[in-house]
Design a protein around this ligand. Structure first.
Ligand SMILES: Nc1ncnc2c1ncn2[C@@H]1O[C@H](COP(=O)(O)OP(=O)(O)OP(=O)(O)O)[C@@H](O)[C@H]1O
Length: 462
């Protein structure tokens, strides 16, 4: 989001040997709307000078694409026999535009290494890192220099030493000086200091004076675009992770941007950030825990119940159909009750006597054929009668309604044929009998036989 050239409407300018300089730089004496005050350059024919805090620096190069520029300590006299950088307060802490307690505006540097100078009350003999600066040392003041990563760290400092000065070196991690830096002596370090270091452009110079809503907006847009970047063609897990990271991103952004704001604003922003970073996932957690999880369990149970219900229903249906199509098993006492103690005998056949009965409820008339124990139509015949005729439903075949089998007491329960047996018609001297009637009966028998594969009984009467 850094602001690049042309934003202030002022034309690019030249300064020292640099050309095409634009926003956020301004030239001393330019109209007030041009550039940003902190980036004011003093120009001579060969040098562009910028003032950062108490120090003056030569700007040696500007990289708009990378958003940084190179500076060199103007007071670091390379030609002097004993140069010392002037920077003696903690600069370049990384917070863009922050005003420190002295009112200094700290600029962030892209440099990782620092040259650290310390003044010690006695000679340091047991720390090889410390390289003596003889020309600056006196009897009771021993000056040392060494290269440190990031800031000159306090734990690097010997207890009887105090910091004298420090200055960033180079442009970051990119240079492979590690080994060289370890052994670098004062002369080497002086060389490195003259190469200068980088200073980063602020991300947005106006952000620091921005309102809470502006900061929230910027951070929100930032984390949304971060989220979008992260979730492109991502799995569910990646999406959740992206969500949490974008939340963290938002929190960081707000914390970072509110660094320079007053106490209340900072508090509000941090509270909002924490609420959004913690409360939303917490809310989601509570939602999942107390709503979605029980809902999922309920749905699962409902599904299970539904599945069981379907199975039970299917079985019930099957049984009902079975009951409907298959003959019912009656106990002998049922048979006795149905036939009212074998009161009404309908006739006698080869296998036994046939009695009239009534099925309750409904009062359906039936004929019960009691199979006699010594008859041939029990056993196998009985089984085949029940299993075949019992399942046959045809208009011309008498229907087996039920059966009874209690030891040797066996009975077959048929639907009642009110007109009696066919033989009555065939062999009676009934004057109403006609050949047409006989034809009809014969056709009925033929149709019925088609349905009967086996069995020992048949009553076809209409
Ligand atoms: N379903 C019925 N409805 C009305 N009367 C019946 C029924 N079944 C049998 N009867 C009566 O009982 C008599 C004897 O029937 P049954 O079927 O036992 O004799 P069958 O057919 O002559 O000999 P078989 O026992 O060899 O089949 C019949 O003549 C008939 O009058």
């Amino acid at each position: 989001d850094h602001v690049q050239g042309g934003d202030d409407g002022c034309p690019p300018f030249s300064c020292g040997h640099l050309q095409g300089i634009s926003y956020p730089f301004r030239r001393r004496g330019d109209p007030i709307e041009c550039g940003v005050g902190a980036y004011e350059l003093g120009c001579t024919s060969s040098k562009a000078t910028i003032h950062i805090n108490t120090g003056a620096y030569y700007v040696t190069a500007i990289n708009y694409t990378g958003s940084y520029f190179w500076v060199m300590d103007a007071n670091f006299d390379t030609y002097s026999s004993c140069p010392l950088p002037l920077w003696n307060h903690l600069p370049y802490s990384g917070y863009y535009g922050k005003l420190d307690s002295n009112g200094f505006r700290n600029f962030a540097t892209g440099s990782y290494y620092r040259a650290c100078f310390a003044n010690c009350s006695r000679a340091v003999t047991d720390n090889s890192k410390y390289k003596p600066v003889a020309c600056l040392s006196a009897n009771n003041s021993h000056v040392y220099v060494w290269v440190s990563g990031y800031d000159c760290r306090v734990d690097d400092l010997e207890p009887y030493c105090g910091y004298l000065s420090m200055i960033p070196l180079g442009d970051g991690y990119s240079f492979d000086w590690q080994i060289q830096l370890q052994d670098a002596n004062y002369a080497d370090i002086t060389q490195l200091i003259t190469r200068g270091f980088t200073v980063l452009f602020p991300v947005d110079t106006n952000a620091w004076s921005g309102s809470v809503s502006k900061t929230i907006n910027i951070c929100l847009n930032d984390s949304i675009s971060y989220f979008k970047e992260e979730i492109s063609d991502a799995s569910m897990v990646k999406r959740i992770r992206a969500y949490f990271w974008s939340e963290m991103h938002f929190y960081q952004c707000v914390a970072y941007r509110s660094y320079n704001s007053d106490y209340t604003t900072t508090s509000i922003l941090v509270v909002i950030a924490i609420v959004s970073a913690i409360a939303i996932p917490k809310f989601l957690f509570v939602l999942c825990r107390f709503l979605l999880a029980p809902l999922a369990v309920l749905i699962f149970l409902a599904y299970k119940y539904w599945k069981t219900r379907i199975t039970i229903d299917a079985v019930e249906k099957f049984l009902r159909i079975q009951q409907m199509i298959g003959p019912t098993r009656y106990s002998y006492t049922d048979i006795v009750a149905i036939t009212s103690h074998f009161r009404d005998k309908l006739g006698q056949g080869g296998y036994g006597s046939v009695y009239k009965g009534v099925l309750l409820p409904g009062g359906v008339h039936i004929a019960v054929k009691m199979l006699e124990g010594n008859s041939s139509c029990n056993g196998e015949d009985f089984i085949s009668e029940v299993s075949t005729i019992g399942r046959i439903h045809h208009v011309n075949v008498v229907r087996l309604v039920g059966f009874c089998a209690e030891e040797m007491r066996r009975a077959l329960v048929y639907e009642y044929m009110p007109h009696g047996s066919l033989d009555k018609f065939i062999f009676s001297a009934d004057k109403r009998f006609s050949w047409d009637k006989l034809n009809e009966i014969a056709l009925g028998i033929a149709k019925g036989i088609n349905y009967l594969h086996q069995g020992c009984d048949m009553q076809i009467l209409h």
